[in-house]
Each structure stands twice: as C-alpha cells, then as structure tokens.
Design a protein around this ligand. Structure first.
Ligand code: T4K
Length: 375
C-alpha cells in the first residue's frame, strides 16, 4: 500500500490539461470576476443539472448562508440543529440572530420535527435545518410547522448536492437552500457555494446582495456583501460538472464495499439511507456503540497510528463551543441524541479515486479489533 497518509477526503480534480483552454480564455479577456461569462454559464448549467429554478453562485457557503438570512430579513431567533459544522450557526450570529438548538432525530441525524414547535417563541423568524451527510430532512413535516407559524425555512444543503426524488430536487424545499462547493465536497470549485431560489425576483435580490447591493453603476439599494464566485472557480465548476456523475458512482461503490465488509461487526452501525431519495455518498459515518471492543476515540487514534485520518464530524456539538454555551438552548441535557451521536460517530475516508487496497486496509483495521475481542 502507498505510504501516503489517508485523509477523510481527497478532492476530485479534472485533468490539469483540461483547465488550459479555460485559463487561456480568462487571460485573454481579462474578465476575472463580477459575474463574468463562466460564472453565468455555470449558474445555468447547475440549475439545469440540479433541476432547480434559479441559482446564485457564491465564493463559499458561509457567505451564502449569511446572505440568505439577509435576503429573507431574518432576525430574533432561528431554530436549528446542534449537529452540524459550526458555519451553520456562525452564519446566524453574523446576522445578530440567536440560534435555538433543537435535538436531532436518531435515524436521520437531522433536526427532529417533533421537537420544533416547543422551541418556537414570539421571536422566532425561521427554521434552519441541515441535510446532514446529504440525508434529507423531513421536509414535509418542517414545512407544515413553518406554514402553521408563519416561519421561513432555509436549508443548509452544504452536503446535499444533487440529492433528489426522481425529478424533484431536495434543493427546492423551503424558501432557500444553500450549497457548498468547498474542496471537501462532492462537487468542488476549490472554495464555492450557491443559493437556490424559487423565483427570478428572489434570485435578483440575492444577486444584488452578493455584489455590495449594487443594482447599476450608481445605485446601491441595500447593505450588500462581496460574495461573488470568481471566473477561476466557475471554470473549475464547469469541468467538474462533466465528471460529477462518475464521482458519485465511484463513491457509491466505496459505500457499498464498506457496508458489505462491516455488516456483521457488533457495535458498528451505518447511516440510514432513505429508499425514496437518491444519495450522493458524500460521507461515510459509522457509529461505534458499546458492543464494539474499543471506544470511538480509541478507534480514531488507532487509525491515526496507521496514518489514516478519519474525522469525528460533528464533535464537539456546536452548542459545546464557548461562544454558544451561554444560550439556554445550548443545555446539553436537552440535546441527548445529538450528544450521544457526536460521541459515537466516525466518518471513514471516502473519495472517488480511493484505491481498493486503502479501503481494504481501513476495513481490516476495524475487523482485527472486532475479532481480537472475540478471540
Ligand atoms: N454548512 C455545513 C453543514 C458544512 O458542512 C459546511 C462546511 C458549511 C456549512 C460551510 O461551507 P463552506 O463555507 O466551507 O463552503 C471541512 C471544510 O472546510 C468545510 O467546508 C466542511 N463543511 C467541513 C465539514 O469540513 P475541516 O476543518 O474539517 O477541513 P480540513 O481542512 O481539516 O479538511 C478535511 C480533510 O480534507 C483534510 O484532512 C485533508 C482533506 N483536504 C482538505 C482540503 C481543504 C484536502 O485533501 N484538500 C484540501 O484542499 O472543515
């Protein structure tokens, strides 16, 4: 086996030579950013590929989230999940909005709709669920609650690229959905992100907001930000789009291999995969229960000794970080499922060009520990 370290992911990249014509065009025209031709082409291509009405490209998903909340004029409190990457609630804080953490569903690991209503106050303006690991939230139940209480719904869909139910994209749920195209994601533009919006007026508004609030050369109508994706990122995106189906296919094969090989290991459980939605196989989280001979952290360090670097996404929970601990909803006793999952989860490496021998090594390290206990 190669001596290189194995990380939780490794970005999929187009052949370097394929970039050359795009770079030549950029150098030739001198258009580097501000909604250039490749930016426009990628917006249309992605809207078509994802089967969503409108897309606004961003420099990254965090700025896109911050902009999405501005676009919907959110304030006060927003109900969200404690079990996510910290950017989810940081983006609220950047808008002076208070996150209200509600526990997750043990099967989907997403915001539990049954617990949302109890957290609604007269300050609540929206719900911010995350399709964690690309597993769809219960979008119908969440929409019903939002409609009943007059709340907006913004999905953090950073993990949910291309997840669909036949022709219905998961990204069409709610008022807005935010995608991440970070290096570690299924579809990457080095850094990048997008907001999916349902109509032209929303897209236009978001496009103004991501460009300082300019509507023309001399008019600024809102306090916007600089969230624009540049032409280099868009060029990468155009090339990546040609390869993303193959990348997801190859992830699916690794996912299948792990599930087959680890199926009978006591104390290891897999992520629930819904049968009615497609999967993008963006992560391969396992949960290590008490029947496994070593703890999650011991397994994590065992891998590290072999230069394999899985990740404990998402540990610690967001409310456990210093800047959130003072919030009433950050009381971990009220978030028992999220707490338990964050102490058990380990995301195994998964990425398109992952050699089978690396997969075998990962599986065998787990099997040896499991068998050692039985011997
Ligand atoms: N919402 C959710 C639910 C998210 O998960 C995220 C981001 C966001 C919002 C915000 O999206 P962006 O603003 O980033 O678009 C990584 C990513 O940086 C972050 O984008 C991602 N979620 C999060 C789950 O994972 P770290 O701190 O774990 O990244 P890092 O640098 O440790 O990378 C993990 C491994 O990936 C490395 O060990 C090696 C490999 N890697 C990484 C990079 C950056 C590479 O091989 N090449 C690379 O260029 O956060």
């Amino acid at each position: 086996m190669s001596k290189e370290p194995v990380y939780v992911t490794r970005p999929s990249l187009p052949p370097l030579a394929d970039m050359q014509p795009y770079l030549e065009k950029i150098w030739q025209t001198g258009i580097l950013t501000n909604g250039g031709p490749m930016h426009q082409e990628l917006e249309l291509a992605l809207a078509h590929y994802l089967n969503v009405p409108y897309i606004s490209l961003f420099s990254n998903a965090t700025i896109a989230l911050i902009t999405a909340f501005k676009a919907l004029h959110l304030s006060g409190e927003v109900i969200t999940t404690p079990y996510s990457f910290v950017a989810t609630s940081h983006a609220l804080m950047w808008n002076q909005i208070t996150p209200v953490f509600v526990d997750i569903d043990p099967l989907t690991l997403n915001l539990n709709p049954d617990l949302i209503e109890a957290a609604i106050t007269d300050k609540t303006t929206a719900i911010l669920p995350v399709h964690c690991y690309g597993v769809p939230c219960n979008v119908e139940a969440i929409q019903a609650i939002a409609d009943k209480h007059g709340l907006k719904v913004i999905y953090d869909a950073a993990h949910a690229f291309s997840v669909c139910q036949g022709k219905r994209s998961l990204l069409s749920a709610g008022d807005l959905s935010v995608l991440s195209f970070h290096a570690t994601k299924v579809f990457n533009t080095f850094e990048g992100g997008a907001i999916v919006s349902p109509d032209e007026a929303s897209k236009r508004h978001i496009d103004h907001l991501k460009n300082f609030g300019f509507v023309d050369e001399v008019s600024v109508v809102e306090i916007g930000i600089n969230g624009k994706m540049n032409e280099f990122q868009a060029a990468v995106g155009l090339l990546q789009l040609q390869r993303v189906d193959a990348a997801i296919q190859s992830r699916a094969e690794i996912d299948r291999y792990y599930r087959e090989q680890l199926a009978n290991v006591k104390g290891i459980s897999f992520l629930h995969t819904p049968t009615d939605w497609s999967s993008n196989f963006s992560y391969f989280p396992i949960q290590i229960g008490s029947e496994f001979p070593v703890s999650r952290d011991a397994l994590y360090h065992h891998f590290k000794q072999h230069d394999i670097h899985p990740r404990r996404y998402f540990y610690p929970l967001i409310p456990e970080f210093e800047m959130y601990r003072h919030l009433a909803s950050a009381n971990i006793a009220k978030l028992p499922i999220a707490k338990q999952v964050s102490e058990r989860v380990l995301c195994l490496p998964i990425y398109p060009d992952m050699p089978r021998e690396v997969q075998q090594k990962i599986v065998s390290l787990i099997l040896k520990l499991a068998q050692g206990a039985e011997a």
